[in-house]
Design a protein around this ligand. Structure first.
Ligand SMILES: Cc1cc2nc3c(=O)[nH]c(=O)nc-3n(C[C@H](O)[C@H](O)[C@H](O)COP(=O)(O)OP(=O)(O)OC[C@H]3O[C@@H](n4cnc5c(N)ncnc54)[C@H](O)[C@@H]3O)c2cc1C
Length: 468
């Protein structure tokens, strides 16, 4: 199709890259190559739950859910207080449902049950059977079947340009020319330096750790520097509440936990979706204390399954890895858990005003008694009194970095915009590497996968057209 080595070259083999490669082939690009720095296909996408946001799908209709992209657009923009590019978000929500169905047509199977990801008005989260790995496997299989080539262990370190037009990439001395380049290299959660620069709220918690793939080093922020792309989405991404017991990922707090701030006051519904909880914790300086009593801890441990509000179909019912008696006893010895015989003494141990904590616990207990959380409307099924000594408090911070959302600014055709605002010819980007699409409030579960697959497809289609 072109005088280059390949028509479309995709950097990165997560779902954004795989969707781009397959869509490029479907759109007529004959020679498509995916370059991947690691020895395995899939990046963070394969470690992921693969939950995907999309509106107006056949899966929703089958479940009797009346939804459309306009409703998702409204929810998305409102949750993000319009601090995102409206036209790009419009394209995302118009195409996300179609992208969910495209995956379904390719062979991804979803559970019948859809869930609410965050605080939206309709259940829009599609849950794939086999999680993210299954989605990666399906896409990779179709790529191979369609003749897409993969170059694993090939870490791209620069772009090749010709008079301002991107015409290829290079890894060391290996140069490969292309009619168009799609960058889909994921985020930068694995780079402490880039976190500090582009997502300081995630870098500054003191306990920060990242749950994604090794390849999330933010290489693209370095290797695109010469073409001077615009960056968007500073200090955005997703952080989860973490107790510093161990580096085990737990997306939600069990609902029975009561959170108080440094003033010893509650500040939220503890079962809030994680996209909301991230912002609520930020307002508290990213520190809070989980407070509970021995009886509730014992009951939760005996129950054997974590009492999360969110129930993802197919996720095995298991004990919370942190909030059970064995772990709490162990962490007492490491001084990561505080225990006292009275609430007032507990306040002294964690350094919050005694009168505040005592009053907070009284009010919380009244809510548990009446089944009515008069302050934050937590579901009655999670309301537990804090009344049976000993009492416990655990410091938590928003320290688990789940993904990063600052990156190359793209328009609604997934074209990368330069510093001045002009399109950089020949350069497209999709997925976590693109900035400005996922906003200050993560709309999810499913926001990132929705973005990656939808804009991966768009990038592939546009790149194929550009290569022509
Ligand atoms: C445990 C976990 C659970 C999650 N669950 C969900 C969920 O259920 N729903 C949801 O929406 N989001 C979820 N997320 C987030 C979501 O999965 C990711 O944001 C998304 O998969 C990123 O996809 P991507 O294609 O942009 O990047 P990735 O999947 O990370 O792929 C990028 C690829 O580029 C490669 N690469 C990087 N640099 C180079 C280079 N220089 N040269 C060549 N290749 C390079 C990387 O090695 C990697 O393979 C989760 C994340 C994690 C970690």
């Amino acid at each position: 199709m072109s005088g280059h080595d390949v028509d479309v070259l995709v950097v990165g083999s997560g779902v954004a890259g795989l969707a781009a490669a397959l869509a490029a082939r479907e759109s007529g690009a004959e020679r498509v190559l995916v370059a991947e720095s690691e020895g395995v296909i899939g990046g963070s996408s394969r470690l992921s739950g693969g939950l995907m946001m999309g509106a107006g799908t056949r899966y929703q209709r089958a479940a009797g859910i009346d939804d459309d992209w306009e409703a998702l657009f409204h929810d998305y923009m409102t949750l993000n207080q319009w601090l995102v590019e409206a036209a790009v978000v419009q394209r995302l929500v118009q195409r996300a449902g179609e992208a969910v169905e495209w995956l379904g047509d390719l062979g991804v199977e979803y559970y019948d049950q859809l869930v609410f990801g965050g605080d939206e008005t309709k259940p829009r989260v599609h849950c794939p059977i086999g999680r993210g790995q299954a989605v990666v496997d399906v896409l990779a299989r179709h790529c191979r079947d369609r003749g897409v080539d993969f170059a694993l262990g090939r870490r791209i370190d620069r772009l090749v340009t010709d008079d301002g037009v991107v015409t290829g990439v290079a890894a060391g001395n290996d140069v490969i020319t292309a009619g168009a380049v799609v960058i889909a290299t994921g985020g930068f959660g694995n780079s402490p330096e880039k976190l500090a620069e582009h997502f300081p709220s995630a870098a500054n918690t003191g306990w920060s750790w990242y749950i994604g793939a090794d390849g999330s080093r933010g290489d693209a922020l370095d290797f695109t520097r010469d073409v001077r792309p615009q960056l968007a989405g500073h200090d955005r991404g997703l952080r989860l509440v973490h107790s510093d017991f161990d580096r085990i990922y737990e997306a939600y707090l069990p609902g029975w936990i009561v959170l108080v701030n440094r003033e010893g006051r509650r500040f939220c519904n503890e079962t809030a979706p994680y996209g909301i909880m991230d912002g609520l914790m930020k307002e508290q300086g990213d520190v809070a204390f989980a407070v509970f009593d021995h009886r509730t801890l014992l009951n939760a441990t005996r129950l054997g399954t974590a009492r999360y509000k969110q129930a993802i179909p197919g996720s095995s019912k298991k004990q919370s890895p942190h909030w059970n008696l064995d772990v709490i006893e162990l962490m007492l010895k490491e001084d990561k858990v505080h225990r006292a015989d009275s609430v007032a003494a507990l306040a002294g141990l964690i350094g919050v005003p005694k009168e505040h904590l005592v009053a907070t616990v009284e009010r919380s207990n009244a809510g548990a008694e009446s089944g009515d959380d008069a302050d934050y409307l937590k579901d009655a099924s999670f309301l537990e009194p804090i009344e049976a000594a000993p009492f416990y408090a655990v410091e938590v911070r928003t320290a688990t970095v789940a993904f990063t959302a600052c990156g190359l600014r793209t328009d609604r055709e997934a074209r990368v915009l330069g510093e001045e605002g002009r399109v950089i010819p020949g350069l497209f980007a999709a997925g976590e590497v693109a900035g400005g699409i996922v906003g200050p409030r993560y709309v999810g579960s499913g926001n990132s996968y929705g973005n990656c697959v939808t804009f991966g497809r768009i990038a592939g289609q546009e790149a194929a057209a550009h290569a022509r």
